[in-house]
Ligand binder design. Structure first.
Ligand code: PRT
Ligand code: ZN
Length: 284
């Protein structure tokens, strides 16, 4: 049995539950209780505050956890970063009042910076030889400069609208973060085997999200060009059409360069292009 800690409520809760579901793990209750058991996979899910998860994983209360990399690094616990999940993306940044003149990191010297991430901020300032006063507060960091509590802040940013509405501008990015799987370093062989299975499933879900299934028709003399754009998992599937000189091609295309590939396919005379989402994708 592998014990998984996830956030009880907050930004990572829904995506964490959804991910487990997409991995075929059905839980026996919602997140109203402390613990849920899966019917069909040897895992138990515990619901905690995100800040507590690294400690619980370190202590072995949970074997693995889903947390923001920002939380994992801030707590500095000696636990493993086992897998990057690709959701909960944000950055930990330093921001100053919009009106302040800011040319380089040296301008932070002598300032009072409010944050809930004092360890990461301290490491960053030290690495950049900046001497500033770190003021640790527990929340609502963005209002600190406005009420005269600090000159600058260090906080998580995603869209940037919180900074904007508080009259602040982002000047330094300390860390780019996303949700990760963190694991205790001393898992038993049995738990390691379950984790390996789970990570294989998570990878299948993530890879599927990053790719689309693509079907198209093309004249045979363009096939080599089309294969160069759509290498597929091993190689593309090609089926001859009834119409002489034409084939149907099936392959996968990466989400990131999707539109660019489609434009080039059109140049190579591809027609009837159909693109479909992939639910799971297992390579090799
Ligand atoms: O109750 P608990 O302690 O479990 O939750 P929490 O309130 O500490 O954390 P929560 O739910 O806010 O965030 C959980 C995790 O989500 C964080 O540790 C990050 O890894 C990730 N995440 C992703 C974010 C954001 N994006 C984010 N934008 N966490 C917080 N924010 C906040 C930020 O602090 C700021 O107040 O959103 C505001 C900025 O957002 P924008 O869009 O205006 O820039
Ligand atoms: Zn928290």
């Amino acid at each position: 049995m592998l014990k998984i800690a996830i956030q009880k409520s907050g930004r990572l809760n829904e995506d964490s539950i959804k991910l487990l579901k997409e991995c075929g793990i059905e839980l026996n209750n919602g997140n109203k209780q402390l613990k849920a058991v899966a019917y069909n996979f040897p895992v138990e899910v515990y619901f905690f505050r995100d800040d507590d998860i690294p400690q619980y994983v370190y202590d072995g209360v949970a074997d693995i956890g889903i947390v923001g990399e920002n939380v994992l690094l801030e707590t500095g616990k000696d636990i493993e970063l086992a897998y990057r999940l690709g959701f909960g993306k944000c950055r930990l940044s330093i921001a100053v009042p919009k009106a302040m003149e800011y040319n380089s990191i040296k301008d932070l010297n002598g300032l009072k910076i409010a944050t809930t991430y004092s360890n990461l901020l301290k490491q960053y300032l030290t690495a950049n030889k900046v001497k500033a006063d770190i003021h640790e507060i527990s929340g609502s960091v963005e209002i600190a400069p406005g009420i005269g509590l600090a000159d600058a802040i260090c906080d998580l940013v995603s869209s940037g609208s919180t900074l904007f509405t508080n009259g602040l501008k982002e000047v330094e990015v300390i860390l780019k973060s996303e949700a990760v799987i963190t694991a205790n370093k001393n898992l038993s062989e049995e738990k390691k085997a379950i984790l390996k299975k789970l990570l294989m499933r998570m990878n299948a879900v993530k890879t599927a999200k990053n790719n689309k299934y693509i079907l198209l028709n093309a004249p045979n003399y363009q096939l080599e060009n089309i294969f160069s754009l759509l290498p597929g998992m091993k190689s593309p599937t090609v089926v001859p059409l009834v119409e002489e000189g034409w084939s149907s091609v099936q392959s996968v295309v990466n989400e990131n360069d999707f539109w660019e590939v489609i434009e080039k396919l059109k140049q190579y005379e591809a027609e009837g292009i159909i693109v479909m989402p992939i639910e799971k994708m297992i390579i090799g």
